[in-house]
Write a protein that binds this ligand. Structure first.
Ligand SMILES: [Zn+2]
Length: 302
């Protein structure tokens, strides 16, 4: 990897540097030319631009060297204005290096904590296998068309299973009084929805849980765990950028994955699966699975 970029956090960091000058004159006011960009700076208070002809206060900019090996701090726009493309090219080189350094630090930090992450991944993997088996078993028990209906309900956020039943005389009387329906309007006796059951854990049925667990977390985490710090240092810019982006998304991804796993455990409760008869699943087809879930529940310490 390239040389590390100096970290400049305070104005004192600049003043400590032996060749640093708060202000320098540059061509055409003298012979001095721009040298290289050393590092970016960003302070809480503005400092005057080091180009003598400018001296505009800047919050952020770059520490640069000069042709005669001195240093000063200038604003980014001033660099472009006074030194042109030789500055902007240098600035890009340093900005890229700083971004790369930050990405390497991000990815390396995850590698340092890999034992913790792998433990989380192993637990997700167990949950994934268990929930996938249960899902396949359920699909076998209720058949693809009923499973599709379940999926459609989950997509619509419809967790209640209801049935339309005729209103009682009293209900119908008040209904006719408060709507534009009439008892003898020929549209039939009014009905109401009766709640038969409320399904739990439908977020699991709705989710793309293989993507959430395997594609987004388990596989890339295992891939990363096989790399060394040197491998990360040598990563191509594009791969490093996408890995660092993924690392940044891992905390939220883990949280979402754990949420969907919990939903899956709630869905596959014996009591919840038994509710599927209200959707038309046959009691006898579900019996074996419900029995096994019940046995599992009585074994668990919860
Ligand atoms: Zn300036």
């Amino acid at each position: 990897m390239g040389k590390l970029i100096d970290v400049i956090e305070t104005y004192e960091d600049l003043l400590k540097r032996p060749n640093f000058h708060a202000s320098l004159s540059f061509h055409p006011r003298g012979d001095r030319r721009f040298g290289t960009v050393v590092a970016p700076y960003r302070f809480l208070d503005k400092i005057p631009c080091g180009i003598e002809a400018c001296h505009t206060p800047h919050l952020s900019g770059y520490l640069i060297t000069t042709g005669d090996d001195l240093e000063t701090a200038i604003g980014g726009h001033c660099g472009k204005k006074y030194f042109g493309v030789s500055f902007t090219r240098e600035r890009k080189r340093i900005d890229d290096a700083v971004a790369r350094q930050r990405r390497i630090a991000t990815v390396t930090a995850m590698l340092d904590n890999m034992a913790v992450y792998l433990k989380a991944v192993e637990s997700l993997e167990r949950d994934y296998k268990e929930l996938r088996e249960k899902k396949e078993r359920l699909m076998g028990a209720i058949g693809p068309s009923l499973f599709l209906e379940l999926k459609n309900r989950a997509d619509r956020g419809q967790t209640d299973i209801t049935e339309e039943v005729p209103m009682t005389q009293v209900e119908a009387t008040s209904y006719f009084a408060t709507s534009n329906r009439k008892a003898n309007d020929g549209k039939g006796w009014p009905t109401k929805s009766l709640l038969l059951a409320r399904l739990e854990g439908m977020d699991f049925i709705r989710s793309r849980f293989k993507d959430m667990l395997v594609v987004n977390l388990i596989t890339p985490m295992r891939d990363l765990s096989k790399l060394t710090v040197l491998d990360i240092d040598n990563m191509k810019p594009r791969a490093l950028a996408s890995t660092a982006k993924w690392v940044g998304e891992v905390p939220v991804g883990l949280q979402k994955a754990q949420g969907v796993v919990e939903a899956g455990h709630r869905f596959f409760q014996s009591e919840n699966i038994a509710k599927l008869v209200h959707l038309g699943a046959s009691q006898s087809a579900l019996a074996a699975m419900i029995g096994d879930l019940r046995a599992e529940e009585s074994q668990s310490i919860r």
